[in-house]
Write a protein that binds this ligand. Structure first.
Ligand SMILES: O=C(O)C(=O)CO
Length: 331
C-alpha cells in the first residue's frame, strides 16, 4: 500500500533554518515535525521555488523579518499558520482571515519560563547584578557601601502588572513569594487570579502607575496596547521605578522610554522585547548602565521549547484535518 504523503509544512523560524546554530534541541524538534510533515526549510524554497504551491502549513515565530512576510503571501495553498510562541502580533491576521487560514499559537506553555525571566530581569536590575559581575571580573572588591552596587530589596515593594493573563498571573504568583504587594491593570477584572495573589485591580492604568515600584508589561500587543506606555505614563510613574517588558516592544513607546530614562523620570528598564527588535548597534537603550536588554528569550528553556514544539505540531495536525485546534486564535 503506498504510504500517504505527509503534508508539506514550511518552517519560518530563523533558528531552525540557520545551519550554524543547529543544536540537539532544534534537531529534536525538527525530527518530531518530520514524523508528521514534509518539513520545508527556507533553503529548500530557494532551491526549488515551485515547492511553494505544495505548502499547506507554516510554522511562524515573532519577530518575522520583512522578506519572510513577502514569502508568506506568496504561498497560494496555505491552510494553517502554527505559531511558535504565544503572541501573534507579527502575523497579518486580516490577511489570514481573508484567505481562510487558521492560526494557532502555543498559549500558556511559555508562561512559566517567561514569568521566570520577568522576575530574573527584575532582580538582576534591582540588585545591580551586571555591575557586580563586571567588578568581580575586574577583581575589584567593593567597600561595603560601594554606591554603584548599593541596591534595593524587592520585599514590600509594589509590583504593577499590566495584563493579568496566564503570564501576568504567574509573574504575580512569584512576586508574592518575594513579599511584594501586587496591583494589576487588565481589560476586565480577573477575580479568581486576584484572590489567589491578593492583588488590587485598577480599571485605569493611570491610577496604578503612581503606586507602582516595578511595572511589568505582560499583555498582548494589539491595536489598543501599542504605545500604551508613553510620555504621559512615564510622567505618572515613580522616579525610582523600574519598567520590565516581557510582552512586546511596541507596547512601550521607545523614544519616550529613552527620554524618561535620560531625564530620570524613571530609574531603570529591563527589556526582553524591544521596538525595533533587535535594537540596532549603538542604540541608546544598549548604552545606558541602568538598562538591561535580553534577546526575546522568554520561552527559551529546553522544557518550554519541547512543549511548544509538541503543541504547534498538534495545532498543525488538527488545523489541517479540519478539527478543533488545541490552541486556536479565533479570527
Ligand atoms: O510566546 C511568546 O510570544 C513570547 O514572546 C515568549 O517570550
Amino acid at each position: 500500500m503506498p504510504t500517504k504523503m505527509k503534508p508539506p509544512v514550511l518552517i519560518c523560524v530563523p533558528q531552525y533554518n540557520n545551519h550554524e546554530v543547529k543544536n540537539e534541541l532544534i534537531e529534536q524538534c525538527l525530527s518530531r515535525l518530520r514524523s508528521w510533515f514534509q518539513v520545508v526549510l527556507l533553503d529548500d524554497i530557494e532551491q526549488n521555488p515551485n515547492i511553494k504551491e505544495d505548502i499547506v502549513g507554516v510554522v511562524t515565530q515573532s519577530p518575522i523579518q520583512p522578506r519572510l512576510y513577502k514569502l508568506l503571501t506568496s504561498l497560494p495553498n496555505v491552510r494553517v499558520y502554527s505559531n511558535h510562541g504565544m503572541g501573534v502580533d507579527h502575523l497579518d491576521l486580516k490577511y489570514a482571515k481573508a484567505k481562510g487560514i487558521r492560526v494557532g499559537n502555543t498559549r500558556n506553555v511559555v508562561s512559566d519560563s517567561t514569568a521566570d525571566l520577568a522576575i530574573t530581569l527584575m532582580l538582576v536590575s534591582t540588585r545591580k547584578i551586571l555591575q557586580g559581575v563586571s567588578m568581580a571580573m575586574e577583581n575589584e572588591h567593593p567597600d561595603f557601601v560601594c554606591p554603584s552596587l548599593l541596591s534595593a530589596n524587592v520585599k514590600n515593594k509594589t509590583l504593577g502588572v499590566v495584563g493579568m493573563g496566564d503570564i501576568g498571573f504567574k509573574i504575580a504568583l512569584r512576586a508574592m513569594a518575594f513579599g511584594m504587594k501586587i496591583l494589576y491593570h487588565n481589560r476586565r477584572r480577573r477575580s479568581n487570579e486576584e484572590d489567589l495573589v491578593k492583588a488590587t485591580f485598577y480599571p485605569r492604568l493611570q491610577d496604578m502607575l503612581p503606586e507602582t515600584d516595578v511595572l511589568v508589561i505582560a499583555c498582548p500587543c494589539t491595536e489598543q496596547t501599542i504605545n500604551l506606555i508613553s510620555t504621559e505614563e512615564f510622567r505618572l510613574m515613580k522616579k525610582t521605578s523600574l519598567l520590565v517588558n516581557i510582552g512586546r516592544g511596541k507596547i512601550v513607546d521607545t523614544d519616550a522610554l529613552v527620554k524618561a530614562l535620560q531625564t530620570n523620570e524613571i530609574q531603570s528598564a529591563a527589556l526582553d522585547v524591544t521596538e525595533p527588535e533587535p535594537l540596532p548597534r549603538g542604540h541608546p537603550l544598549l548604552t545606558m548602565p541602568n538598562v538591561i536588554v535580553t534577546p526575546h528569550s522568554g520561552g527559551y528553556t529546553i522544557e518550554t521549547c519541547l512543549k511548544v514544539c509538541d503543541l504547534l505540531i498538534e495545532n498543525l495536525k488538527c488545523g489541517l484535518e479540519g478539527k478543533a485546534m488545541p490552541s486556536e486564535i479565533l479570527l
